[in-house]
Design a protein around this ligand. Sequence first.
Ligand code: PBG
Length: 337
Amino acid sequence: MKSAISPIVGEFPTTRLRRTRQDVWCRDLVAETQLSIKDLILPLFVCAEGAPREICSMPGVFRYSLQEIVDVCGEAFDLGIAAVALFPNTPSELKCEAGREALNPNNLACEATRLIKKALPDLGVIVDVALDPYTTHGHDGLVREGYVANDETLNPLNQIAVSLARAGVDMVAPSDMMDGRIGTIRKALDYAGFQRTRILSYSVKYASAFYGPFRDAVGSKACLGTADKETYQMDPANSREALREAAQDIMEGADILMVKPGLPYLDIIYRLKETFAIPIFAYQTSGEYGMLKLASEQGLIEYRKALIETLIAFKRAGASAILSYAAMDAAKILKKG
Ligand code: PBG
């Protein structure tokens, strides 16, 4: 019998895509993408004791002292989070033009790593390799006549990587965008006996406006002033260049590639995934976190739903793991189901 209310006069649609969307159980059975707590990496800011904990531009995110950080990591580990990525807020009196504090074997990043690995050996610890938390000018490399010098920067980067590996870091994450750094860091690690230390390369890191709150958190914003990083980070207009960056890092020995920022660059994650058989991580940056947080505080969006939607989007695009300041929130949501 023909329905009088059929939208197509005298016919039923042959295919009804809504049939599989009727119930939760069925939607779950046909879901193409899964998001798991095990996919999440929590970035954490480490500071000296007595430094301010609040980060004004990142509501809900704090800097932790060495005394506090192990507890936070314990909480993350108990929730099932796979790894943490540590970022030091270096006291300004320890910063200099050359970023020498980066090579101090007892700096905040190394100390925090030692404490965390001792207390929680099964929690992955990742640390950036770049000079920006340590330099008075806030750049990721050494500055010579106003230009961030590529080859001269490689040497301190190699030393930072080895020093972090000695402290017990599982994965070093070069985030400076110098050319050739993956190859030299791999060699430096191998010669120092750290053949098993992984390299997560920030292969495709754009010169982005979404890093503002992070620079506040590590204290590089004031150092950087009005300067930008456009002479070494990538131009947001480019995607074929991203493939060249990735190919180069793979050839030089990277184990995993990272795309950053995340949500505005899902096309890049997808292209890398289609092109290379290497795991890809996505970084939901501080500015992206801020947009979610502030929009929800203003009542424009629902934080929990929007957060999970963004994380699923990373997975759908092809990321195998995601760094997110909201990793703990997401883990709690996923745990409840
Ligand atoms: C430093 C670094 C940055 C971020 C991670 N590592 C900032 C920058 O390049 O200036 C940004 C992270 C974020 O915004 O959440 N090399």
